[in-house]
Ligand binder design. Structure first.
Ligand code: FE2
Length: 175
């Protein structure tokens, strides 16, 4: 579900301007990690409103259960938005946290506006989570290779959360 052209934006230019900081990580590693985290911040902002789109519009006999589940997922993803943004700023970056920036940089396909049935929302949202989880896995490797274990750890926690959310959604339609 990740867009080819959007993935290209994830390529690191190494030209990120950083704020001065006493953070001990070297400047070129911090620059690379800010670029990495910027993509995940945009994707987190995107997905947090995908969960609300599902929360608001879902209909079906299991309405109240999935309506509440989507809101719980929203709260978790809002937590990821904040955690990612604050790691990015902690290492000297400038967070691009607006919806407009998310549109530019998110790796996700736009969420359809016309979905109604709970199964359709669960499957479509699972696709988004799976696409982001795959990108997070790559990000974990990138942070590890760059030598930033704290960003690696942060992305690992996000990835573990995403995979649990995928399990919660997929269990509705797995036999
Ligand atoms: Fe609500």
């Amino acid at each position: 579900m990740a867009k080819g052209n959007k993935s290209d934006k994830a390529e690191k230019t190494g030209k990120t301007n950083l704020h001065p900081t006493k953070n001990p990580i070297s400047e070129n590693i911090r620059g690379a990690m800010v670029e990495l985290l910027q993509v995940h911040l945009a994707t987190a902002v995107d997905i947090t409103y995908q969960t609300k789109q599902a929360h608001w519009n879902v209909k079906g006999m299991n309405f109240i259960a999935v309506h509440k589940l989507f809101d719980e997922l929203h709260e978790l993803t809002e937590g990821y938005v904040d955690t990612i943004a604050e790691r990015l700023t902690a290492i000297g970056g400038q967070a691009h946290g607006t919806v407009q920036a998310a549109v530019e940089n998110s790796i996700l396909e736009p969420y359809p506006l016309d979905l109604v049935k709970s199964e359709d929302h669960l499957k479509r949202l699972t696709d988004s989570y799976a696409a982001w989880s795959a990108a997070v896995e790559k990000g974990i490797e990138e942070a590890s290779e760059a030598g930033d274990p704290l960003t690696e750890d942060l992305l690992t926690a996000v990835g573990r959360g995403l995979d649990k959310s995928i399990y919660f959604m997929e269990s509705h339609f797995q036999s």
